[in-house]
Design a protein around this ligand. Structure first.
Ligand code: FAD
Length: 276
């Protein structure tokens, strides 16, 4: 099954060893010919330099690179400066987010929600950037209601987003339902599902609780049954994620965005199974 468009996400490494490892990972993933590699951005600008350095390395290797940029805790001047730097370096795509302030962090800055960041980017830089925004098929954990979350999503698109990448999920029905609701609300930009390959079930379970992604009961019980048997977890995880991708592509997903966690093996395995 051909994947129409593929993108792959990294986080900015902290150490020289991590930087070197990510270079190798990128070289391993490059044959998949992703439309772009993206790099996350720590809340309140905590990874500002490292995100920039990673994005510049990706671009220097000849790949299309998309920095993530979160606005909570930031000033307009600060964001303006980052955008100008990326523009000067020829970066044409950005993933625009609100982000989450670490608990206890006081100053939420001059932006409240991601739609304000999208609006600001358009106002400051016109059509220079292709703007991606986040979407939540199982709804954002802080949303007052699914309806409010859909309205918030549409607001980001109306502010000028070109496409969206979803939070990961393992329930294809949630994606189908979300896309149908967004379409009915007048959203016509591509909504690309975010895919989280499964390396370790215990880590995934912790992470999913925090970001509001649901692991269906049938999957959770199967994973729990494997205990510490890493090979069985990996094999079952690969089957589940490949079948999810197949189903998403069958129902018309415009592409797949892989949360690589700076590893290549699982993303490569899933993509090979999909015929990439
Ligand atoms: P928003 O779209 O602003 O929504 C946040 C919440 O506010 C939602 O509940 C929404 O319903 C609500 N809301 C929006 N507008 C309004 C309004 N006007 N009034 C009331 N409520 C409103 N985080 C990082 O820190 N760095 C990253 O690099 C990063 N990359 C990500 C990439 C993807 C593809 C995804 C899906 C998430 C990523 N995140 C990242 C996580 C993201 O920052 C969090 O999920 C954050 O809590 C919400 O960001 P958002 O851009 O979706 O916010």
């Amino acid at each position: 099954m051909a994947i129409p468009d593929l993108s792959i996400e990294f986080f900015p490494p902290q150490t020289e060893e991590g930087i070197a490892k990510l270079r190798t990972v990128r070289a391993q993933l490059a044959p998949l010919k992703p439309a772009f590699f993206s790099c996350t951005y720590g809340a309140g600008g905590s990874t500002r330099e490292r995100t920039f350095a990673t994005v510049m390395e990706i671009a220097a290797e000849g790949h299309s690179a998309a920095p993530h940029l979160s606005c909570i805790g930031s000033t307009r001047d600060g964001i303006r400066e980052i955008l100008a730097t990326y523009q000067a370096k020829g970066i044409k795509r950005v993933v625009a987010l609100r982000g989450d302030l670490p608990s206890g962090a006081g100053d939420s800055g001059e932006f409240r929600y991601a739609n304000e960041l999208v609006e600001f980017i358009r106002r400051e830089t016109g059509d220079w950037f292709h703007i991606e925004v986040a979407a939540y098929p199982e709804w954002h954990p802080q949303a007052r209601s699914p309806r409010d979350d859909l309205i918030a999503f549409k607001r980001k698109v109306d502010a000028g987003a070109n496409s969206a990448i979803t939070q990961y999920f393992y329930n294809a029905d949630a994606y189908e339902h979300f896309v149908a609701e967004a379409t009915a609300a007048g959203v016509s930009v591509p909504i690309v599902p975010g895919i989280m390959p499964i390396a370790s079930f215990s880590k995934l379970a912790r992470f999913s609780d925090a970001c509001g992604a649901e692991i269906p009961r049938w999957m959770r019980l199967k994973f729990e049954q494997f205990g510490d048997d890493a090979a069985s977890i990996r094999a079952f995880g690969l089957d589940v994620v490949t079948e999810l991708c197949e189903r998403l592509l069958t129902v018309g997903a415009p592409g797949l965005h892989f949360y690589s966690m700076n590893q290549s093996a699982l993303t490569l395995d899933v993509c090979r199974r999909l015929g990439r």
